[in-house]
Design a protein around this ligand. Sequence first.
Ligand code: PLP
Length: 462
Amino acid sequence: MIDIKTIAERDRANVLHPFTQLKGFASGKIGDPTIVTGGKGIYIKDAAGRTYIDAFAGLYCVNIGYGRTEVAAAIARQAYQLAYYHTYAAHTTEELATLSDRLVRMAPGKASKVFFGVSGSDANETQAKLVWYYNNLRGFPKKKKIISRERGYHGCSVFSGSMTGISFYHDHMDLPFPGVLHTGTPHHYWGAEPGETEDAFSRRRAAELEELIEREGPETIGAFIAEPVLGTGGVAPPPMGYWPEIQAVLRRYDVLLIADEVICGFGRTGADFGSTLYGIEPDLVTVAKGLTSGYMPLSGAIISEKVYAVMEQAADRVGAFSHGYTYSGHPIAAAAANAVLDIVELERLADRARVVGIHFQRRLNERFAQLEIVGEIRGVGLLAAVEFVLDRQTKRRFDPELKVGARISKVARDRGLIARAMPHGDVLGFAPPLVVSEAEIDEIVDLAYQATKQVMDELAKR
Ligand code: PLP
């Protein structure tokens, strides 16, 4: 094995890292790369011999925890038998057929088919194309715009990045592309008027959506895309009444609903899907992350009977479905997904996330609620966040230059805890593997609390 120093040098010289300050990394100012060498349960290990609790499950994906040899065995088995074949022109494998059957049966809404990709971003690109295709085939060529929400995250490729509603992902990249509209985010803490109840706030958000559709012309609006629980935009569960109100508007205007279940799917919220939890009946469902727990890259665009029926009916007229990737339905990824879903079902990880999630919320409240810089503690299942503000009475934010959220995350990391500074505001996000125990939750909360106290002390000394 090559030594650590050489790995770091080679990395620094050659890898363009996502979401990394390039000059700070090139100059060494932000330190060496973390060379991750192993993982077990909720822990990862680096080449310097340090162990961290990964309270973000990688990027909210390693739901079954690290080091599950059952999945490694399934991957190896498939690799030995057949490492690759494509799925064009009706080719398949046993693992893929099995996986598709179980996804169609378990998916929210009336699912009919799954189109496979390799990332959440590409699956959402597929969803946009499906909306356009569907409306072209139905004879509504103008019904193409997609409404997403401010602070929604749907990926960072060209169109998925356009649907994302966070400017950090647009700046200097010529995004968003035309054809995407953004409507208000359903975050009561920041969006509600003084004294406005959650239900009233939800009705207002739905009314705003309706006004937007009317203003643009309903004949131009193809779909609405949303995460059941806002993720990267700040980990914020919807206010009471939000989803019924929104769905009523969408139905009124014949607008498809794309549920982006990339984070919420497969147990994260304490239910099988976020849609199940909130009574969402989507026309299209995006899955990735938890589908393989990150053990292999795999995503799916799940298509309802309603949308698929139009596609099949038009086939004699338009010919073959002209969309696909070399790696669509990759057999090794499908084998990994089947092994992961076996674990999710056998260990009832959704139920576990619900029960341990209640403990998590309680502990966060016990530890953080009295801290004067804590504005809001929120979450559902094993998704949680603490938001920090300068003044909790007026909800005045910290000066962004102070990077309070990022500092708390950094100090936590130095103490052996990975919790993510979310890109919008001063928010510390948590999404531990669903196998986390209550004792481990206590440790996560204690470490996060100590990190917060340390940064509060530093701020007080300024
Ligand atoms: N959709 C949601 C809700 C996500 O959280 C993410 C990634 O975090 C994506 C889509 C994009 O997935 P990927 O990074 O695999 O392209």
